[in-house]
Ligand binder design. Sequence first.
Ligand code: C2E
Ligand code: MG
Ligand code: MG
Length: 500
Amino acid sequence: MAVTLTGTFVLHHFDWFEALYEFSRRYEAQSFDDMLVIVLFIAVGATYFSIRRSLDMRREYELRLKVEGRMETLALTDALTGLANRRHLYSVLKSRLEENSAEASPFAVCIFDLDRFKPINDVHGHLVGDQLLQQIAQRAQGQLRSGDMLARLGGDEFALIVNTRDVDEDISGLAERLITSLSEPFHIDQLVCHIGASMGIAFAQGCASQTPDALLQRADLALYRAKTEGRGTFRFYQDAMDAKAHERTLIELELRSAVEKGEIRPYFQPLICLRDGRIEGYEILARWDHPSFGLVTPDRFITVAEEAGLIGDISLSLLKQACEQARSWPKGTYLSLNISPVQFRDCQLSTKICDILDRTGFSAACLEIEITENALVHDVDVARRTLISLKARGMTLALDDFGTGYSSLQHLRSLPFDKLKIDQSFVTSMSESAESRKLVKAIIAMSHSLGLKTTAEGIETHAQALRLTQMGCETGQGYLFGKPSPQACQILLDGAIGAA
Ligand code: C2E
Ligand code: MG
Ligand code: MG
């Protein structure tokens, strides 16, 4: 019907009735029936084609809807694990936070990331890493209750939205279950992978700014705390963490200019020969002379400097300042410089140190490099290369805070150390614990049998100094002999330090 009406309108509009009339007059010989057949034929053809076209259009429309739906799903899904991705999680969080608070069911966000995933990825390749992530996603999903949502944020980082009834135990149980299940071994072909997970948890209720970003940031802060307090565990967000994060941001911002302004200065703590009370050298300890905070100790800024990539500059700046001050010291007095594990990633480290020694005229033989055991845990081969290079240039090497980290006897034997520094926790507990005394004695004996000298840190009493001297410890360091001070020479000239 519509086609006929449209046809009539078109014929009328373009004067085709007259044209038809003209046509029929010219071809009078043709019968009217023939003409009618032709017109009918055209009408049927047009109807057929228009129906076909509308069916095609409908099919295209359906296909487009399907593709759009698929694209939307892809945009919200993590391609590797099939879990929701960060965008999806974000939009769910947004809509849940916007729900009327009276009707909204309470929920928490948990972020967890994997411990020891990176070495597996690095050593066995990304294919194994990918399979591991898929298995982790499946295993984690198996621990969830209906209504909870699991998402992969990227890399080895995952997030959960968990419905809660404001009961800590409820979510603690889930966190424990999840962490335990992820610490069970994973099997990939012939490979057995042991990883673990740490988790940070933040409740949506009580989150003042009520945005997905604020909530995720809180869970992240709690995760950071879980990781720094031992990994394989979980922590709930607390307001104090926010204050700490704020201080950290402030410190990072100011630390950059502090290095340029020369506000990070070396303090010197004497290292004493326990046999004769002579000052052998000084450990360089960083202090930040902050215009408004006053003197800032390294525990507040060294980790920030490591994470912000500033530790290399700080360390070299301290060495340069210390070498310049040491020009006026008695010949042979050595300096002991702390090197962070992060600095071992710089393959130019020993060249940079030697440049400073050349420029200041300080002898490499009078420079001791202190590294902590953790530097060996991260990448022992990289550490070995740098240690060998430093040693080849004439420096001596000391293993700092011995007994608190993870270095093995194999490391001690195979790396070119000259000295062990016994951590102050052993020295402190020596007076009340016979076990500690035995341990210190054993460390000194072992050290000697490996051809290494020993320094005891944290000596505060004469009794400690005496006992350590009797045990054969060569060097002592601690408040008994002198606290870190900006003017090493002063202590030396005063001769105020005596043997215990
Ligand atoms: P460390 O290298 O083990 O330095 C010894 C720490 O023990 C120093 O703390 C020192 O002041 C403290 N100490 C020394 N004797 C005593 C004592 O008798 N009693 C007590 N209670 N403490 C004593 P400080 O200066 O706060 O440094 C802490 C840590 O910060 C250092 O431990 C070192 O690991 C790190 N650090 C300091 N300066 C630097 C640096 O320039 N670079 C790097 N990477 N780390 C640094
Ligand atoms: Mg040290
Ligand atoms: Mg130490």
